[in-house]
Design a protein around this ligand. Structure first.
Ligand SMILES: NC(=O)C1=CN([C@@H]2O[C@H](COP(=O)(O)OP(=O)(O)OC[C@H]3O[C@@H](n4cnc5c(N)ncnc54)[C@H](OP(=O)(O)O)[C@@H]3O)[C@@H](O)[C@H]2O)C=CC1
Ligand SMILES: O=C(O)CCC(=O)C(=O)O
Ligand SMILES: [Mg+2]
Length: 738
């Protein structure tokens, strides 16, 4: 498939970003249409993905194109130009809610079968499993990741700093993680000297061999295998709960059940059944009958008991409450609604939750709506240790000061489902026996003894992405004239393999005058924090998980949110994907719209992404696109300087208002530039209209706020209704229509 270089594919996603798109896109198109650029929508929303999976269940008019499949193919095209907004990575409870909503709207999509009994159910479950969890990003990310805060954004944060919680030296907050029995302690890793096939096998205690999966590996590919002990995990949870209870600190769990969609829901489930141990002991059989799945959170218990007679239900609710008596305080997601950290596995996601806690002076919310110190539990020790380093740093030096600190951008290994983030189809909850990786000739390459309930997984890292990542790191270090640190721990089997490659591939590049280091995670974060504290910048060059974690951690400390990051994925095949920021789809923001018609979503990530997307079209020969890119950058700079970003408060400038300002500044910039006089003339009218009507438009955008806004759906809102909500200014709409 080939495309002209005149199309930008703009993804339609979920929640706050999809609302924002309704307001922003008409403005964007007013500009791009003058440069013969078509901005096409591609629907990759959760609802869109569900609908496209069951065409045979839908009428002709109800069917939708499989946007993800289309874009996945497009990533192989050197002219691909995709603007990717954050989407929901759905947990099972979210998927079920989405299905139920579509059914009430008249779409005959099947229920999610938790425990398939028939072939039809099994087929439905397979189709849904491709939609669950982080199903979008790995398909589109056919390149490595380059995320940073542009100069103008950093300057904005220094001029208008976000608030930071105070850190006390006496804070009880700390990270807690397993000291043994986890993936870190059991990791094994090999590099393929030649291309070849391997088998993942399970050998039971009687010696029977079951082939779990066959893999064709490329020359130079790294394959890891590792095990987490179920017994050690449960013991760790019990000890950490008792320790929290004894020391009087709140307890919170931080995992990534969305991205790590197979292993982390299991880990989450163990936390639930250990925390509510007596409950599950007492009602285990009943829960089994009712189909309670602790991996879906304690919320699953509440869901399933809803159908029981009142007296039984109340008895179980009583038993749940009894568990709290001898457990520590549990961190809350929404204390006003009684939603705890263990309710739903997708509510607390480690990449965003830990930085938010650190930004908050090490505190999370308790059941009374008060903030409290917390024991932040991340069972897997590999990455948890970096958070403890930052906590230590903040306890010693106080909170970081956004007006003075430097920046830590990231170059992340991500392409081709690198490392843990591609392990889902090679993750197993085991029976007692041996899990092993065997070469075609029968040689056992790696093996682990496993017990019942252990989690065993294998991870692949291809050579081509590693080469590209090293090159990207050198290029970024050169272009930003900034030291770069590879965060690689020689004690980790996988990293030891990677270090050999990095040392080899660095020699392919001119690194004269560059500062490039390889440091363990703890050394790397201390080095970076020390420099950041002194106002200096340091590029982090990391694997896939740290890419994800650090591109929330540092931006949330530096800028208040990772939404303000420029996030570029230079695709291996030459195209470009421009992600908007590094954060998620901000469900809380939608709630505010529904209650008060105020959208606090900041589209800065979209503005930055669009500018580089246009710049790329410019480099590929479209001169007007180049002018639009430059003027958009200038407009974004002005928007930041004049503080026209959305406010959190209803009645003040929101997402729609900041879009208006972007449009006004952009039109002014285009009208005033001299590179393309004809284009300048074409934008004179729009610039004048928007400038002269500024106060009227801003008033119209404020007037609509304060009362609830119905969106006719959450996962599959009615687009026409949303458009009306998101485009309430008649004056702005008519200026754009002209
Ligand atoms: N690239 C992707 O597609 C990603 C998708 N996700 C998905 O998003 C969903 C929610 O994830 P969650 O971990 O809650 O993270 P979110 O980033 O959605 O939410 C955390 C908080 O970050 C702030 N925030 C995020 N984006 C913006 C923005 N543009 N403007 C202003 N503030 C912003 C908000 O803070 P406040 O409420 O204080 O305003 C928000 O509540 C999940 O389904 C997750 O899987 C997550 C990460 C990346
Ligand atoms: O795809 C996801 O689930 C989340 C991705 C993410 O958090 C990131 O890439 O920063
Ligand atoms: Mg992330």
């Amino acid at each position: 498939m080939t495309t002209t270089n005149q199309t930008i594919y703009w993804t339609l996603t979920d929640e706050a970003p999809s609302l924002a798109t309704c307001s922003l896109l008409p403005i964007v198109r007013a500009f791009t249409s003058k440069a013969e650029i078509d901005v096409k929508i591609s629907d990759i929303s959760l609802a869109g993905r569900v609908l496209s999976a069951f065409p045979e269940k839908l009428s002709e008019e109800q069917r939708v194109e499989d946007g993800l499949k289309f874009l996945g193919e497009l990533t192989q095209d050197p002219n691909a130009n995709i603007i990717k907004l954050p989407n929901i990575s759905a947990s099972i409870p979210q998927l079920k809610a989405c299905i139920a909503e579509l059914q009430t709207q008249g779409y005959d999509v099947p229920d999610y079968p938790e425990d398939p009994q028939t072939d039809t159910d099994a087929d439905v479950q397979t189709r849904y499993s491709k939609i669950l969890g982080s199903a979008v990003n790995p398909v589109l990310r056919e390149g490595n990741s380059d995320r940073r805060a542009p100069g103008a954004v950093k300057a904005y944060a220094k001029k208008f700093p976000h608030s930071m919680g105070k850190w006390s030296k006496a804070s009880q907050t700390h990270a807690d993680y397993m000291r043994g029995g986890d993936f870190f302690s059991s990791e094994q890793s090999i590099t393929m000297a030649e291309a070849g096939d391997v088998r993942i096998e399970f050998v039971d205690q009687a010696g029977n061999v079951e082939v779990k999966k066959e893999l064709s590996l490329e020359k130079g590919e790294i394959l890891d295998s590792m095990r987490m002990s179920c017994a050690a995990l449960r013991e760790f949870f019990e000890e950490s709960l008792q320790d929290a209870k004894e020391t009087g600190v709140m307890w919170s769990l931080h995992v990534k059940a969305t991205m790590m969609k197979v292993s982390h829901p299991i880990v989450f489930g163990h936390a639930v059944t250990v925390f509510y141990k007596e409950l599950f002991e007492q009602y285990g059989d009943l829960f089994e009958e009712l189909g309670v799945n602790p991996n879906n959170g304690i919320g699953s218990v509440y869901d399933k008991i809803a159908t029981l007679p009142t007296s039984k239900r109340e008895e179980i609710e009583e038993a749940i409450h009894k568990c709290y008596e001898h457990r520590p305080k549990l961190a809350m997601v929404d204390s006003s609604k009684g939603i705890t950290n263990l309710h739903v596995p997708s509510d607390v996601i480690v990449d965003a939750s830990m930085p938010a806690m650190i930004r908050n002076g090490g505190k999370m919310w308790d059941a009374n709506g008060q903030t409290a110190d917390t024991k932040a539990v991340m069972p897997e020790s590999t990455y948890a240790r970096i958070y403890q380093e930052m906590i230590n740093y903040c306890k010693t030096n106080g909170a970081f000061d956004p007006t003075t600190i430097g920046t830590v951008p990231n170059v992340g290994l991500m392409a081709k489902k690198a490392e843990e983030y591609g392990s889902h189809d090679k993750t197993y909850e085991t029976q007692p026996g041996t899990m092993r990786v065997v070469a075609a000739d029968g040689t056992v390459l790696m093996q682990h003894e496993v017990e019942k309930g252990d989690i065993w997984r294998a991870c692949q890292t291809k050579d081509e992405p590693v080469r590209d990542w090293v090159k990207l790191a050198v290029t970024r270090a050169r272009n930003s004239d900034t030291p770069a640190v590879f965060w690689l721990d020689y004690k980790r089997a996988h990293d030891a393999e990677l270090i050999k490659k990095v040392e080899t591939y660095l020699q392919d590049h001119d690194t004269d005058g560059l500062e490039i280091y390889i440091k363990t995670y703890n050394q790397a974060i201390r080095f970076s924090m020390d420099r950041m504290f002194r106002g200096k910048d340091t590029i982090s060059v990391t694997g896939n998980v740290l890419r994800d974690y650090l591109t929330d951690l540092f931006p949330i400390i530096e800028l208040g949110t990772s939404a303000k990051m420029l996030s570029i994925v230079p695709m291996l095949k030459g195209g470009g994907m421009y992600e908007t920021g590094a954060g998620g789809s901000a469900p809380k923001h939608v709630q505010q719209v529904e209650e008060e018609n105020h959208l606090r979503w900041d589209s800065l990530g979209e503005f930055l992404a669009l500018a580089v997307s246009l710049e790329d079209l410019g480099l590929k020969g479209n001169k007007r696109a180049a002018v639009l890119a430059k003027t958009l950058d200038a407009a974004t700079g002005k928007l930041l300087e004049n503080n026209k970003s959305p406010s959190r408060k209803t009645g003040e400038l929101d997402n729609r208002g900041s879009h208006f300002y972007l449009g006004m500044y952009w039109a002014q910039e285009v009208a005033n530039q001299t590179e393309d006089a004809e284009l300048a003339a074409e934008f004179k009218q729009l610039a004048e209209d928007l400038t002269s009507q500024e106060s009227k438009i801003v008033a119209e955008l404020a007037e609509c706020q304060g009362t609830p806004a119905a969106l006719d759906g959450y996962y599959h809102a009615n687009r026409e209704t949303v458009k009306k909500v998101m485009r309430p200014s008649a004056s702005l709409n008519s200026a754009l229509a002209k």
